[in-house]
Design a protein around this ligand. Structure first.
Ligand code: ACO
Length: 330
């Protein structure tokens, strides 16, 4: 049994802030931010917009594309480090707000690698026969975890959510493999300045940008090599690579190392900035139903911890949502 992708959706806060609209007190510039990171703008949650509200909107769109009723969802895995509350989980808030009465719902915290971690859990449960229809969500309101006077971090991040619907199907398509790793050696390079058990506050983002950059390039490279080796593939066999959107220069290093043509890499950092766990599904959702025309899609992530991961998704170009495999197999 494979976990096939049936739908994808995304949500962004209403407010978009361009580099030029950042406070002048930051003493930064559009030129510096674009040339060092690729970021041109970010979306910032306003009053009433939360990680859960963005996750609900993204999930509702994904379910609509998948033609799946909320009642059919039996698993919700939500990747976030900016949940609405310490508890209950943001996944259960999504569950209630979508009217899903009975499911397994929980959050996963793996920072920017959270979506691939969540995908790995959903894929494993579907393969084991423990779940049949999963909502896998990456959702963040990182703007609320930033020190808005620290120009070295606050210009990099944004808010948003992306969701994917997976269904169990006897099909060669779907999640082909998911690899997730972590190494606690990185804990001091990217972290918050506080936490519930230490300072009783959420803290703000602190980062050793250079070290994170070096590690991200190394792990993107290792992960892609491992995935290609595992599947006896070359870059030519890949239709699309969707990397975590942290810095365009990290992505360019990967393209150089593997000689990957630009059109094979999905880049949305200029629009969304780094939305942590939401970054990969938010990018993927930009393609809408166009995702079904890509046969082999690779996801790559690196995040705080350090955590990293890669996944290979396979789509059947003929299996549009109108004709989805899950419906036929039920
Ligand atoms: N505007 C203007 N100047 C700035 C800004 C800014 N926004 N930010 C930093 N600078 C200055 C610094 O103060 C420094 O000035 P100095 O030389 O006078 O001290 C200078 O620019 C160079 O700073 P560096 O930190 O060396 O700049 P660098 O080229 O390394 O770029 C950056 C910094 C963009 C943060 C880069 O290191 C990076 O992208 N790192 C990876 C970040 C990343 O991937 N994060 C992932 C987060 S994942 C998660 O799990 C949350």
């Amino acid at each position: 049994m494979n976990a096939v992708i049936l739908g994808i959706g995304s949500a962004l806060p209403k407010k978009c802030v361009s580099n030029d609209e950042l406070p002048s007190s930051l003493n930064t510039s559009d030129e510096w931010i674009v040339s060092r990171t690729g970021v041109k703008q970010r979306y910032v949650a306003c009053d009433g917009e939360t990680t859960a509200s963005l996750a609900v909107e993204a999930s509702a769109k994904a379910l609509l594309m998948a033609k799946i009723a909320p009642a059919d969802v039996d698993l919700i895995v939500l990747a976030t480090v900016t949940g609405d509350y310490s508890f209950p989980s943001t996944a259960t808030i999504v569950q209630r707000n979508l009217g899903i009465e009975k499911a397994v719902a929980f959050d996963v915290g793996a920072a920017c690698s959270g979506f691939i971690y969540a995908l790995d859990i959903a894929d494993s449960r579907i393969r084991l026969g423990k779940s049949r229809c999963a909502l896998v969500i990456g959702a963040e309101t990182f703007s609320r975890l930033l020190d808005w006077s620290d120009r070295s971090t606050c210009v990099l991040f944004g808010d948003g959510a992306g969701a994917m619907v997976l269904g169990a199907a006897d099909s060669p398509c779907g999640v082909q493999s998911c690899m997730v790793y972590s190494d606690g050696v990185g804990i001091d390079h990217l972290k918050t300045s506080g936490g519930i058990s230490t300072t009783q506050t959420a803290g703000v983002v602190e980062m050793n940008g250079r070290e994170v950059f070096r590690f991200a390039v190394e792990k993107f490279t290792e992960s892609l090599e491992e995935l290609l080796r595992l599947h006896h593939m070359t870059v030519d066999d890949i239709d699309l690579i969707v990397p975590h959107q942290a810095n365009i220069r990290i992505v360019e290093k990967l393209m150089e190392r593997f000689n990957i043509p630009r059109e094979k890499v999905l880049v949305t950092i200029h629009k969304h900035a780094n939305t942590s766990a939401a970054s990969i599904p938010l990018s993927l959702a930009e393609l809408g139903a166009g995702i079904f025309s890509k046969k082999n899609v690779v996801l790559l992530s690196v995040g705080a911890g350090f955590t990293w991961g890669a996944a290979l998704l396979r789509f059947e170009p003929s299996a549009q949502p109108e004709d989805n495999i899950y419906e036929k197999k039920r």
